[in-house]
Ligand binder design. Structure first.
Ligand code: SAM
Length: 283
């Protein structure tokens, strides 16, 4: 049976109708599943955290390659179905919860043993919460090697951008600080049922062993970047002044001047290093 027929069969047998509110679009393209799994370069020493396993089409392949797979799924119907589908797999575990509320650090730390040495995140994400999930994965400073996720193509292109690119946003800086991002493949809408309205792509974030630069003050660094992008159309001077980072425009212009940064510059043109230097001047 091919993956499309198998998926239709499982849905019928379990009375499943895809829940749009939960971003349920099930992968039915075997080649895409294989490509995602091979991009993860799994071994028996790996723990995979899969976010939103759905009917388990990706999970099945992950279970064949990884030492352990822990799935986090919000939909209880899917949890029951998967608990039954994979009951014979000793390396399968499932948690019925919202991924945004789960303590991933604890799950990963508790799973590391003599046999399970690395952790990786692999997922076909629910598109309605892509950005908060990726931010959580980065900000939680998880002890993981990589994050491989299927997301909306447009978002993937934005997230793979370097600081200074046309589409840069505050998340670009967080990604570039912690990871090396690369788009692995583009995925046609026909690879899912139901077909999503938007195009998709798989992006891999290779987690750097050390963040890209040494920060003077991490909290303030990300506060400045967030402020710079709150009013993206304004110049950096205006955005940082309006956000209260500087008392007034003069102070902002003075700070940028000392760093040799043009006072008319917009936030997306700065490098990580330049934001770090601004942070140094205000802490
Ligand atoms: N992995 C499956 C596949 O590739 O066929 C399904 C992917 S589907 C795009 C997204 C999955 O995420 C759904 O199963 C949905 O129920 C689940 N989901 C949605 N919101 C979630 C949340 N906050 N926490 C955990 N899982 C969630």
């Amino acid at each position: 049976m091919n993956l499309y027929d198998e998926t239709k069969f499982i849905m019928k047998q379990n009375n499943i109708v895809a829940n749009k509110n939960l971003g349920q679009n099930f992968l039915i393209d075997e080649d895409i599943v294989n490509n995602i799994v091979s991009a993860a370069e799994l071994t028996q020493e790996d723990l995979v955290i899969e976010i939103g396993p759905g009917l388990g089409n990706l999970t099945k392949k992950l279970l064949e390659k990884a030492g352990k797979v822990i799935c986090i799924e919000l939909d209880l119907k899917m949890v029951k179905l998967l608990s039954n589908r994979f009951k014979l797999y000793k390396n399968f575990e499932i948690i019925n919860d919202d991924v945004l509320k789960v303590d991933l650090k604890k799950i990963i730390d508790e799973s590391k043993t003599d046999k399970i040495k690395n952790a990786k995140i692999v997922a076909n994400l629910p598109y309605y919460i892509t950005t908060p999930i990726i931010m959580k994965l980065l900000e939680d400073k998880l002890d993981i090697q990589s994050i491989i996720v299927m997301i909306q193509k447009e978002v993937a292109e934005r997230l793979a951008e370097r600081p200074g690119g046309k589409e840069s946003g505050s998340i670009t800086y967080a990604i570039w600080y912690y990871t090396e991002p690369e788009i692995i493949l583009e995925v046609p809408n026909s690879s899912f049922i139901p077909e999503p309205k938007v195009q998709s792509a798989v992006i891999k974030f290779n987690i750097l062993s050390e963040p890209r630069i040494k920060l003077y003050n991490e909290t303030m660094f990300f506060k400045v970047i967030k402020a710079a992008f709150m009013q993206k159309r304004k110049t950096l001077v205006n955005a940082l002044t309006n956000a209260g980072i500087f008392k007034n425009r003069e102070e902002a212009i003075n700070c940028l001047g000392k760093l040799g940064i043009d006072e008319k510059i917009r936030g997306e043109k700065l490098t990580l290093e330049q934001y770090n230097e601004i942070t140094k001047m205000i802490i």
